[in-house]
Design a protein. Structure first.
Length: 624
């Protein structure tokens, strides 16, 4: 039906980004709890909440919040020894954290933004359970910035400083379980203007903003600490917000796939309009499947369930149309049905199948009075779920006649998206009366050095190779590198340890994630003080990773790498030379390279390689 080759620019692609980045501050945004995360098994108690939408100051209820409230769920929260009353929503929030405010102003400076004269904290209604209070606290801090890309400048609309949501742990039979350790971590949300016109430009803009964020040295790193939302529309489509894009490399694919999805929906809408399509009223068609062999339908009926169906006039052959890789218009209908607890839908573009026979399809069509140009969608579930689910599917079919609906979608791992909820409106925001306004002063904020500038400086000042300099500058241990080098540690050795050595240990399944900055700082310090040979660093770090409670000196003892004096080095090297006397006599210094490895092995990393090298040369020369 449609031409599957397309050019996003020709279709009028307009895109914008929302970047959410956690800040690496000591405490949370509105309380004194630390920003460290816990394993859910460390939780000490649970808290239960039931949330519902509230009206804004204008007496309006946000459409997205209203739809979310129609899903009956209980929210359970895991609390820890660090959880405070603010996080539990049993105490008013404290004042805005000063450290978070300063970091956010640094970010605003890097984005060439104007900081507001007075920042007011607002409440943003969020009733998916991700916040115990039912809203997220957010404040507008800066506006009107810009970044450069190869395809032209991209404006920065605003920068918000807000609290991170609770982390979703798992779905339960009653609802959702969250962890409170993440709730309240300071977060900046950076929104671009809709200046992006190609998928590649979207990726480049996100990469540029990410580099600027990491240049502060005060943002959290790792999975889940930065999230990208993408707003996408085409000329004949509608604005769609895609949430939760985890990887920068996925942004271009997400944008391109959404452009295709909207183009296919536009084409489907044109065909439906030509056919005079419409969605009918749901009908109970349980009798048509009284003796069914379909496992899904029989399972529902045997549990006291029913089958509800809806006639989709003029939809025949279109419900099964692919609109994105392995996703069809029927998938869109199914996503809406699933919001009400159903496992999904069946439709006649894919039947007979799944144990449904031709005779049952005929009976189904007759029950809803469907003609040959019509499709039929059905849901088999308990009576309440089936009723709500088929109504949701029918409503989505109606919107397909109009084209592309404005909505919020979630990013899937394969680059496709799924329906989440309608786009939120202005009714979800209202003032936070428990937190006083603040007057930011950007005049004393120090502009951070960009990571690109660090790469150049590391090469010029420390003599690092281009590749190693970039690894260190863009790596999560960059602040530690600068700190230990300032303390006198050799830059090349520090860089190699923090990047190459840790990478090698990780490849050998050493749990390097257990190593703290203090562990690494102390081990590098032992080398600098001459208490540990460079060659023993990997072994000591392995011990610390497997037993983080040890101190660095204790790990040296545990690894059997307590230092040896020069006499012990000379004795071990002399033994190596004596064992290889014939080779030394024949080759002289030509035997050096082969014997060096044997000598280091004999000392098992207890002595520095330079010391061993000097002694070995002397011992070989003695026989000359």
């Amino acid at each position: 039906m449609t031409d599957r080759s397309f050019d996003p620019e020709e279709l009028g692609l307009v895109a914008g980004l929302e970047i959410h980045q956690q800040l690496d501050t000591a405490t949370k945004l509105f309380c004194d709890s630390p920003t460290t995360l816990h394993d859910p098994e460390e939780s000490q108690r649970t808290i239960t909440r039931y949330l519902h939408p509230t009206k804004s100051e204008l007496g309006e209820i946000d459409e997205a919040a209203l739809e979310e409230s129609q899903v009956d769920r209980t929210f359970e929260y895991l609390a820890y020894d660090t959880t405070c009353l603010v996080e539990e929503d049993d105490e008013p929030p404290h004042e805005l954290d000063g450290e978070a405010l300063e970091v956010a102003m640094q970010i605003a400076d890097l984005l060439d933004m104007h900081v507001v004269d007075q920042a007011h904290v607002m409440r943003k209604i969020v009733i998916d359970g991700s916040n115990t209070s039912g809203f997220q606290r957010s404040t507008l801090l800066a506006q009107e910035g810009e970044i450069e890309t190869e395809d032209g400048p991209v404006g920065i609309e605003d920068l918000m400083l807000e609290e991170e949501s609770a982390k979703r742990v798992e779905e339960t039979d009653e609802g959702v379980r969250y962890s409170l350790d993440r709730l309240g971590i300071p977060l900046v949300e950076i929104g671009t203007k809709p200046d992006i016109s190609t998928p590649a430009q979207a990726r480049e803009a996100a990469q540029r903003i990410g580099m600027l964020l990491r240049s502060t040295g005060t943002v959290k790193r790792g999975l889940g600490t930065i999230r990208q939302d993408v707003n996408v529309s085409i000329a004949e489509g509608a604005r769609v917000e895609i949430k939760g894009v985890q990887a920068l490399d996925q942004i271009a694919e997400i944008v391109e796939t959404e452009v295709r999805r909207q183009k296919e929906l536009v084409d489907i809408a044109a065909e439906l309009d030509e056919r005079g399509a419409a969605a009918g009223d749901p009908v109970d068609v349980t009798d048509a499947f009284a003796d069914t062999d379909s496992g899904v339908i029989a399972g529902a009926l045997n549990s006291g369930g029913v089958v509800h169906a809806v006639r989709l006039a003029g939809f025949d052959g279109l419900v099964g149309t692919e609109i994105a890789p392995d996703r069809r218009l029927g998938t869109e209908l199914s996503d809406h049905a699933k919001r009400h607890g159903a496992g999904g839908i069946f439709h006649t573009d894919e039947l007979p199948a799944y144990g449904v026979t031709d005779a049952e399809v005929d009976a189904l069509r007759e029950a809803v009075d469907a003609g040959e140009d019509d499709a039929v969608a059905l849901v088999a579930d308990d009576p309440e779920t089936a009723e709500l689910a088929i109504e949701a599917a029918a409503e989505r079919a109606e919107t397909a006649i109009d084209g592309v609906p404005e909505e919020t979608r979630g990013a899937n791992d394969d680059g496709t998206t799924r329906y989440m909820r309608p786009l939120p409106g202005a009714a979800r925001l209202y003032p936070e009366t428990d937190v006083p306004p603040v007057e930011p002063d950007p005049s004393e904020v120090e502009t951070p050095e960009l990571l690109t500038e660090k790469v150049d400086r590391y090469q010029a000042e420390y003599g690092l190779g281009a590749g190693l300099a970039e690894q260190v500058a863009y790596g999560r241990r960059m602040p530690l590198f600068e700190s230990v080098v300032a303390d006198g540690v050799d830059p090349t050795f520090a860089a190699t340890t923090l990047e190459s050595t840790l990478t090698e240990l990780r490849r050998h399944d050493v749990p390097v994630g257990e190593l703290t900055d203090d562990h690494l700082r102390d081990v590098l310090g032992l080398v600098e003080d001459g208490d540990l040979a460079k060659e023993g660093v990997g072994d000591v770090l392995t011990v610390l990773a497997e037993d983080p409670g040890l101190s660095a000196p204790e790990a040296v003892e545990e690894a059997g790498l307590s230092g040896v004096n020069e006499d012990e080095v000379r004795e071990a090297v002399a033994e190596v030379v004596e064992r290889n006397a014939e080779q030394v006599d024949a080759e002289g210094m030509g035997a050096f390279s082969g014997l060096m490895g044997e000598a280091m092995g004999a000392l098992r990393g207890k002595a520095d390689g330079e010391v061993v090298s000097d002694v070995l040369r002397e011992e070989i020369q003695k026989r000359a």
